[in-house]
Design a binder for this molecule. Structure first.
Ligand SMILES: Nc1nc2c(ncn2[C@@H]2O[C@H](COP(=O)(O)OP(=O)(O)OP(=O)(O)O)[C@@H](O)[C@H]2O)c(=O)[nH]1
Ligand SMILES: [Mg+2]
Length: 351
C-alpha cells in the first residue's frame, strides 16, 4: 500500500493564537520523548462525528463529513508535518451496518493498518446518546477481537455533540459523568480490564461551527473547557504513557494459523485416549470373558468339548475320503496307461 503523502500542516495556522501555542508546546513534549511522529486511529459507529473530529483536529477539511450514511468503506490517512514532526490521523468507516457490527469494515480497516504502528486510538461516540446497549458492547468487543484487547489500553473516548443542555434538569457535569461511566464501564468489561485503576479517559468535543468561543476565539464547552488543546493533551498523555504503541502486523491481522492451532495437543490426546479410554475398555472386555468362562455350567463346557471333538473327527474323515479318492483316481490312470503301452507293442510287431 502506498504511503500517505505528508503535507505541511497549514491548518495549524488557522487556529486561534492561544490554541496554536498550546498545540506547539504539546508537540514539543512529544519531541522531548524522542517521538518524531504520532499516529492516531479514529474508530466508532457510523455518523457519530469521527470525520468531523479529524477535520477539527487538523484544522482542514481532510475527511468527508456527511449527515447521511457514508458510501465508502475506505479508511483514509491524513499526514501533516510541522517543524520536523509528523501527525498521522487515520479516519475509518462506521463499525455498524444495519444494526450489526460491520465485519467487512473491520476487515478493511485491519488490512489498511497492516505494518502501521498506532500510538493512540480515539473511540468516538456522541455525548447525547442516553444508553450503552448491546450493540455498543458488540462494537467494543469486535475491536478487541480484531486488534487484540490491548488496543483499548491506547484508547481515549471522545464524546461529540458536547454543547448540549442535559434533559430533565440534570447538571451538565452529572450528565457527562454518567454518560462517561456507562461507556467506560462497558469498555473495561469487554476489554477485560481487571484493576480498578485501569480505565479509559474521556474527552468532550463540539465540532459544530456554532460552538461557543471564548474571548480569544477558541471553541469552548458549556463548562468553559477549551476542548481542542484538551483533546490533544489527552492524546499526548496516552502516546507517552505506559501502554506500548501497537504494531498491526500480519500475525495480528490473520490471527493464529488455524492449521497449527492445537497441533501440540494431538499426541497428548491420543495418549489420554489410549490409557483412559481404550485400555479400560479392553480390560473390561477381558474380565467379562473370563467371568463368563468361569461361570459356565459343566454341561455347557462338556457339550462344547463334545462339539469340538466331533467336528475334528468329521474333518479327519473328510480328509481321509479325499485322499482315498485321489489314490483311486491315480491307480485308474496308471491302469489305462499300461493298456496303451501294451497296444503299442502289438503295432511295432506289425512293421
Ligand atoms: N452538532 C454537532 N454535529 C456534529 C458533531 N460532530 C459531527 N456532527 C455532525 O454529525 C454528522 C455526521 O458526522 P461525521 O463526522 O460525518 O460522522 P462519521 O462518524 O465520520 O460518520 P461515518 O463516516 O458515516 O461513520 C454530520 O452532519 C456532522 O456535521 C458535533 O460535535 N456537534
Ligand atoms: Mg466519516
Amino acid at each position: 500500500m502506498a504511503t500517505a503523502q505528508v503535507r505541511e500542516w497549514t491548518g495549524l495556522q488557522q487556529f486561534p493564537a492561544q490554541t496554536q501555542t498550546a498545540l506547539h508546546s504539546l508537540l514539543g513534549r512529544l519531541r522531548q520523548e524522542n517521538m518524531e511522529s504520532l499516529t492516531v486511529l479514529v474508530l466508532g459507529k457510523g455518523g457519530v462525528g469521527k470525520s468531523s473530529t479529524v477535520n477539527s483536529m487538523v484544522g482542514e477539511r481532510v475527511a468527508v463529513v456527511s449527515a447521511f450514511q457514508s458510501e465508502t468503506l475506505r479508511p483514509i490517512q491524513c499526514s501533516r508535518s510541522r517543524a520536523g514532526f509528523t501527525l498521522n490521523i487515520i479516519d475509518t468507516p462506521g463499525l455498524v451496518e444495519g444494526g450489526c457490527v460491520n465485519d467487512q469494515a473491520l476487515d478493511i480497516i485491519r488490512r489498511f493498518l497492516l505494518n502501521k504502528t498506532i500510538d493512540a486510538v480515539l473511540y468516538v461516540d456522541r455525548l447525547d446518546g442516553y444508553r450503552v446497549d448491546n450493540l455498543d458492547k458488540q462494537v467494543i468487543r469486535a475491536i478487541a477481537r480484531n486488534f487484540g484487547p490491548q488496543i483499548w489500553r491506547l484508547a481515549l473516548v471522545v464524546l461529540t455533540h458536547a454543547q448540549l443542555s442535559p434533559p430533565d434538569g440534570v447538571e451538565y457535569s452529572d450528565f457527562v459523568a454518567r454518560r462517561s461511566a456507562a461507556l467506560t464501564d462497558a469498555i473495561r468489561q469487554e476489554a477485560g480490564f481487571k484493576k480498578a485503576e485501569d480505565t479509559v479517559p474521556v474527552v468532550l468535543v463540539e465540532n459544530s461551527g456554532r460552538c461557543n468561543t471564548n474571548t480569544g476565539g477558541e471553541k469552548i464547552l458549556p463548562d468553559g473547557t477549551v476542548w481542542l488543546p484538551n483533546l490533544v493533551e489527552r492524546i499526548v498523555e496516552i502516546a507517552t504513557g505506559p501502554a506500548k504503541s501497537l504494531l498491526i502486523d500480519k500475525k495480528l491481522i490473520e490471527g493464529p494459523n488455524a492449521n497449527q492451532r492445537g497441533k501440540l495437543w494431538i499426541p497428548l490426546l491420543l495418549l489420554f485416549q489410549y490409557f483412559f479410554v481404550l485400555k479400560p475398555i479392553q480390560s473390561r472386555i477381558n474380565r467379562d470373558i473370563e467371568d463368563e468362562r468361569q461361570n459356565r455350567p459343566q454341561w455347557e463346557v462338556r457339550a462344547e468339548q463334545f462339539r469340538r471333538t466331533s467336528m475334528l473327527e468329521e474333518e479327519r474323515a473328510d480328509e481321509q475320503a479325499i485322499t482315498d479318492a485321489f489314490k483311486q483316481d491315480n491307480l485308474d490312470d496308471l491302469g489305462e496307461l499300461g493298456d496303451q503301452f501294451e497296444g503299442l507293442d502289438d503295432d511295432d510287431d506289425e512293421f
